[in-house]
Write a protein that binds this ligand. Structure first.
Ligand code: XMP
Length: 325
């Protein structure tokens, strides 16, 4: 007879028994899985848990600051904030291929993770927000032949990430490994995680870097971040946030002609991608109200320097994908 409360009690007991007085590292992403995990572990082992947030510079506007502040001030969980923005941007210079972007971001993530876990460590355990579907699918863990324990060879929170170096193979703590997503949300709720995080739209590990088509530059990041911020604000204010599976902006690396006052403009277009979906495997473009679209479009063109046109993506998945890269 499965209840959320019983699960939480049992999970806490198990974690304590497994970890003892050892230290555990958790790479926080701000999503519901890693946040729920952080709450659960903090309750189970308190200060033996270290939460690390690596800011690769591709998060949405204000998100990293907000996350760290929320955890610290409201949840009383200290987060080690790692600013790696310049490093990641440098690695993407001149790169336009989507898979190459993911690969480089993944490799850089491992490098930063390695350096930071050494600096903050040593740690005996790595906590991962592995869910039941991941356990079935994934080949990113090995079983240690001597102990029979699952050992991390990849990091899950950014699922494009490459292998961990041999000397960094942690033992795993995966208390969510028997749960489906909906059950994780309930566990999160019962631990006091706010709805804002529990019901947050999915956000890809490589973040805005795969929503800037072509090369990622500082200037383009700024443009997209500002456009995306307006999309989020208006979607929130419309009261329709939960009508969408995801709702975001994409920046295209072409320019078109427009007119602003009595000036001719020649600037980038932004694509609005608003979709509904059950699980992300298939998706339908959202029949969003025209006045919501109009408001977003007007604000973006008026407020975001560098953008003079907004277009609406009316492609479902398949044959389109949700993301543009
Ligand atoms: P697509 O674009 O394949 O996206 O229709 C399906 C879902 O997966 C998310 N997505 C990613 N998530 N790293 C992630 O962590 C990625 O590289 C990545 N690519 C796509 C996407 O946002 C959608 O929810």
């Amino acid at each position: 007879n499965w209840t959320t409360e019983a699960f939480v009690d049992e999970a806490i007991r198990e974690v304590r028994a497994r970890v003892g007085d050892k230290r555990v590292l958790l790479a926080l992403s701000g999503g519901v899985d890693s946040s729920t995990l952080a709450f659960l572990l903090h309750r189970a082992i308190g200060d033996q848990l270290t939460c690390m947030f690596i800011d690769q510079g591709f998060m949405r506007k204000n998100e990293p600051e907000r996350l760290v502040k929320l955890f610290k001030e409201q949840f009383h969980i200290e987060v080690e904030y790692v600013n790696a923005r310049d490093r990641f941007l440098e690695k993407l210079q001149g790169v336009t291929d989507p898979e190459e972007k993911r690969k480089r971001i993944g490799h850089e993530f491992i490098r930063v993770f390695e350096a930071e876990s050494t600096r903050l460590g040593p740690f005996d355990y790595l906590a991962q927000g592995t869910l039941y579907p991941d356990v079935i699918e994934s080949a990113d863990t090995n079983v240690d032949p001597k102990t029979g324990e699952r050992v991390a060879v990849k990091i899950k929170s950014h699922h494009n990430v490459g292998g961990l170096p041999k000397n960094l193979q942690f033992k795993l703590v995966e208390p969510l490994r028997k749960l489906f997503k909906d059950e994780v949300r309930n566990v999160g709720r019962s631990l006091g995680l706010p709805e804002e995080i529990v019901r947050r739209h999915p956000f890809p590990g490589p973040g805005l870097a795969i929503r800037i088509i072509g090369e990622v530059t500082k200037e383009r990041l700024k443009i997209l971040r500002n456009a995306d911020y307006i999309v989020r604000q208006e979607i929130n204010q419309s009261g329709k946030y939960h009508d969408f599976w995801q709702a975001f902006a994409v920046l295209l690396p072409v320019r078109s002609v427009g007119v602003m006052g009595d000036q001719r403009t020649y600037a980038f277009p932004v694509v609005l991608r608003l979709v509904s979906s059950e699980d992300g495997m298939t998706a339908d473009w959202s029949r969003a109200p025209y006045d919501l679209l109009e408001k977003i479009s007007n604000r973006i063109v008026n407020e975001v320097k560098g953008v003079n046109r907004v277009v609406y993506d009316i492609t479902s998945k398949p044959p389109g994908t949700i993301e543009w890269e």
